[in-house]
Design a protein around this ligand. Structure first.
Ligand code: PGA
Length: 247
């Protein structure tokens, strides 16, 4: 069985001193981690956190990447730039990017492509809004979001990570029930199986108010291969408890 992957998404939080305190605590507590661990940090802190986690079990992650290679795109940064700082994973299509920055399925697919080409594992985020769930469109939405990425990256689709994050569960304290989460994960696994013989290698993470209390149950589901953790990733004790639940 593959190791689970627990990735922290710090979002727009942190400072030089807060990052050091947080990472030092994570390093001290995760030395014997049996799962894969990553922290996705704000871009200005990549160099700092790269040094802090160097040689440890904690991999460095970014939160976004440009869909372009290089050039006149003020404010953006490329996959090659992330690679320069030892980035191993990069979130693409987080719901906050889709919602506040108008990222379409096609833009997300292009970002995944750039990451893969640079040797970075894209963590492709998919998930439905509350309105979409209530209208019975959950499967259709997540399948459409993943289909765009499969279409653009067919030959190396087994190299991605997928994160199912129901938008209504992000930062709200409302977690999808284990049944709701597993059901969507199974749908995504089925879609990957139709695209590649290697679908079982792909990590499908759950995200959305994962915490120390609910992680073990979620991670016990057959198609939940890890977690993408926001709020709880900023609290060392909570993040370490989730790592411990993923053994
Ligand atoms: P949350 O965020 O754990 O705070 O709900 C998860 C995410 O947005 O990645």
């Amino acid at each position: 069985m593959k190791k689970k992957l627990i990735a922290g998404n710090w979002k727009m939080n942190g400072s030089l001193s807060a990052n050091k305190t947080l990472v030092d605590a994570l390093l001290a507590g995760s030395r014997n981690a049996q799962c894969l661990v990553a922290v996705c940090v704000p871009a200005p802190y990549l160099a700092q956190v790269q040094q802090l986690v160097d040689g440890s079990v904690i991999a460095l992650g970014g939160q976004d990447v440009s869909q372009h290679d290089l050039g006149a795109f003020t404010g953006e940064f490329s996959a090659a730039m992330l690679k320069d700082f030892g980035v191993r994973y990069c979130l693409v299509g987080h719901s906050e990017r889709r919602q506040y920055h108008g990222e379409t399925d096609q833009v997300v697919a292009a970002k995944a492509q750039r990451a893969l080409a640079a040797g970075i594992t894209p963590v492709v985020c998919v998930g439905e809004t509350l309105a979409e769930r209530e209208a019975g469109h959950t499967e259709e939405v997540v399948k459409r979001q993943l289909a765009a990425v499969i279409h653009a990256n067919g030959h190396c689709i087994s190299e991605i990570v997928v994160a199912y994050e129901p938008v209504w569960a992000i930062g709200t304290g409302k977690t999808a029930s284990v049944e709701q989460a597993q059901q969507v994960h199974a749908v995504l696994r089925g879609q990957l199986r139709a695209a590649t013989a290697q679908a079982d290698r792909v990590h499908i993470l759950y995200g959305g108010s994962m915490n120390a209390g609910n992680a073990a149950q979620l991670l016990a589901q057959p198609d939940i291969d890890g977690g993408l953790v926001g709020g709880a990733a900023l609290k060392p004790a909570d993040f370490l408890a989730i790592i411990a639940a993923a053994q």
